[in-house]
Design a protein around this ligand. Structure first.
Ligand code: AMP
Length: 148
């Protein structure tokens, strides 16, 4: 196999398939002698309606708490894999959109996702995997995951 890839990004949703997706990406990175990065997107949740103005501060606090929890969890996983803090991203928003943007901004040439995760149970391809495959400007590997 040619050493095609220089920077591989793993997308992690902390579903039960995370281990499998990470191992595949790590093996690919080793074979290609590529840099390995990891990211998790904290999804927007629906308490942002202007009609609920009194809840906005709670909403922001909750988002901050979720971001912190995400950073902690991703940090643990990254440490196990030897990925430094400079190669870890945790952001808020739509997973598909943000994964593609992070890849674009960091010269990623391969994004590794699971074929499905928390949104795609029972589907051949989940909604995030589908969005990344449609919109990424680099190669995408969807690791075929079997249902639990
Ligand atoms: P889904 O399409 O949402 O069922 O998930 C498919 C794959 O997309 C998962 O196995 C992950 O690799 C990735 N993914 C889904 N949600 C996220 C998220 N919030 N942050 C990072 N990656 C995600």
């Amino acid at each position: 196999m040619d050493s095609d890839y220089q920077h591989i990004l793993i997308a992690v949703d902390f579903s039960s398939h995370t281990e499998e997706v990470c191992s595949k990406a790590q093996a690919l990175a080793q074979r290609n002698n590529a840099r390995l990065s990891i990211c998790h997107i904290v999804e927007d949740f629906p308490l942002t309606d202007f009609a609920y103005e009194p809840m906005i501060s709670v909403d922001i606090d909750m988002r901050e708490a979720l971001l912190e929890a995400g950073k902690k969890q991703l940090g643990k996983r990254a440490e196990e894999m030897g990925i430094p803090a400079s190669q870890q991203w945790v952001e808020c928003g739509s997973p598909g959109h943000n994964l593609v943007r992070i890849a674009d901004e960091n010269q990623v040439d391969l994004i590794v996702v699971g074929s499905h995760g928390r949104h795609g149970i029972k589907m051949l391809l989940g909604s995030t995997a589908n969005a990344v495959l449609h919109h990424a400007h680099c190669d995408v590997l969807a690791v075929r995951l079997k249902d639990d």
